[in-house]
Write a protein that binds this ligand. Structure first.
Ligand code: CP
Length: 338
């Protein structure tokens, strides 16, 4: 188990198959623990986890805090609205304030893609042991979401043994606002690593053609891809055509806060072309699960009926799986001493 080498977790493009396996195996074990008080494990006793969310969050922040407490860590939560950011303090100075208070792990969410990396680089430069876990940065990456989606799908396909092989050769359709989605980017790295083939579906304004090349070369700063044989990525614009033969569908929130200009004629038109409903998912020609990272724009990305249909919609399972996945990440990060 102890082959973990990631001091910081900033994205999933640098994860090997062993890394993905280690996270899934641990998450599976943590999920099997009783959900009563006996669930608390001593693994992070004496550690301080600070959740620095400079952007809003419900799921990620709460589940990181629950995960940290489940491992007996102390948790310090930061509220951007009532912080000294309003007096001009920078994100880096804010982070260093929590480091000075003894934080061992910083979970950082920020609207700018580079902030968690900048904090991690600075900590490394000055020789601090504090680790950074990216809780979602701009359009770049949301690694814990990508991992909980991977776990949820692996569990769906193989409930008794949710491992990486469960995803091999599966056709996963990702629908919607790919351009602004760090979740889509993290899922592309994670799912193709496990040999799943991805179909991206959406209008050109939210899904530029070059996304079909997304996993073809390692991102800047990385010499080579740790995965030798990734699944394929292709773009299909028509939802009906994209869903034909799909094994699972993931739909994404329209990220209006990140759109530079109005990229859609109307939400009604978007819903007609790309919204998921009981009617449209029949195009898969078999029963398939539907995932959404949340929060959902009801009646835009998915119909209310489909969201309520627990036999198809895995949103609640994704939220539940967020806790054991984040426990696994905190556990693995705190186990390495450099
Ligand atoms: N999926 C996700 O990141 O949700 P939150 O913004 O609520 O954390």
């Amino acid at each position: 188990m102890n082959t973990w080498t990631h001091r910081h977790i900033l994205d999933l493009s640098s994860f090997s198959l062993e890394d993905f396996s280690a996270v899934l195996e641990l998450a599976n074990r943590f999920k099997a623990l009783p959900s009563s008080g006996a669930r608390k494990l001593p693994a992070l006793q004496g550690k301080l986890v600070a959740t620095l969310f400079f952007e809003p969050s419900t799921r990620t922040k709460s589940s990181f805090e629950l995960a940290a407490r489940s491992l007996s860590a102390d948790v310090q939560s930061f509220s951007a609205n009532t912080s000294s950011l309003s007096k001009g303090e920078t994100a880096l100075d804010t982070a260093m304030t929590y480091v000075a208070m003894g934080a061992d792990i910083l979970v950082v969410r920020h609207k700018s893609s580079t902030v968690p990396l900048q904090i991690a680089n600075y900590l490394d430069k000055i020789g601090k042991q504090t680790a950074v876990l990216n809780g979602g940065d701009g359009l770049h990456s949301h690694p814990s979401q990508g991992l909980l989606d991977l776990f949820t799908l692996a569990e769906y396909f193989n409930p008794s043994n949710p491992n990486l092989d469960s995803l091999r050769d599966k056709k996963i359709v990702i629908v919607g606002d790919i351009l602004h989605s760090r979740v889509a980017r993290s899922n592309l790295w994670a799912l193709t690593a496990c040999g799943a083939n991805i179909v991206l579906c959406g209008p050109t304004s939210l899904l530029p053609e070059n996304f079909s090349e997304f996993v073809n070369s390692p991102p800047p700063g990385q010499q080579e891809d740790p995965i030798s044989n990734r699944g394929k990525v292709k773009i299909i614009r028509s939802l009906k055509e994209a869903l034909n033969g799909a094994d699972a569908i993931m739909t994404l929130r329209l990220q209006k806060e990140r759109m530079q200009q109005n990229l859609l004629s109307s939400l009604e038109t978007y819903n007609e072309e790309y919204g998921l409903s009981h009617q449209s998912i029949k195009w898969c020609k078999k029963s398939v699960p539907v995932l959404h990272p949340g929060p959902v724009n009801r009646g835009v990305e998915m119909s209310g009926d489909l969201i309520e249909d627990r036999s198809i919609c895995l949103i609640e399972e994704q939220v539940r799986n967020g806790i054991p996945i984040r426990m696994a990440l905190l556990y693995l990060m705190s186990a390495i001493e450099i």
